[in-house]
Design a protein around this ligand. Structure first.
Ligand code: NI
Length: 192
């Protein structure tokens, strides 16, 4: 794995997401990167460099933040880094496999895509998932109850939609924390 490219990718996303907070910031991409490496460790046969770069760049062309087509941000970064065109193609395929809304019910075709999608989903679970949901809800003027509905509509379903066994194991305590949080939330909300 080319460490200089990884370091440059970390710098690049820190620049790119400057000024963003809540759900989609550089910290999210860094957590997805670390989750992805953890999963990759348990999934022999994957190309770790593709996993790492796809994880770091997975939101670089997110349509909610950027008005780019065809992974333009990720592509121009990788091209400037002199990453081979064939590798850029595989990185972009893995990035495009990630999006929950676009890929509902569809499994990524490559192992690298599966790993990065799982890594992104892990970041929607656990304590971080709870924090991100309310940060996003606040940004979009949602009440606490409206944010809580998002747990039921999306987050609680994620553990059964993971691709890899390694991610399923990592997801268990995170899912359990969501369930426990919701129990407490309901209890405190209904205090008379
Ligand atoms: Ni993401």
């Amino acid at each position: 794995m080319n460490d200089a490219t990884i370091t440059a990718a970390i710098d690049y996303i820190q620049d790119l997401f400057r000024g963003n907070s809540g759900g989609h910031d550089a910290e999210h991409s860094l957590r997805v990167y670390r989750n992805a490496l953890l999963i990759a460790d348990g999934e022999p046969g994957c190309d770790t460099e593709i996993v790492a770069l796809a994880a770091l760049l997975h939101d670089a062309d997110d349509h909610k933040l950027f008005h780019t087509e065809n992974n333009a941000n990720a592509r121009s970064f990788l091209t400037a880094q002199k990453v081979a065109p064939e590798k850029i193609k595989r990185i972009c395929e893995a990035i495009n496999a990630v999006s929950f809304s676009q890929n509902r019910g569809k499994r990524p075709e490559t192992l690298e895509g599966k790993i990065v999608q799982d890594a992104d989903r892990l970041d929607a679970l656990g304590a971080i998932g709870i924090a991100r949901t309310f940060a996003y809800g606040g940004e979009h003027g949602r009440s606490l109850d409206e944010s809580v509905a998002h747990f039921h509509e999306k987050l609680l379903l994620l553990k059964d939609e993971l691709n890899t066994e390694t991610a399923r194991i990592l997801a268990e305590p995170r899912h359990a924390l969501l369930v426990r949080f919701l129990e407490e939330y309901e209890k405190e909300s209904s205090l008379k």
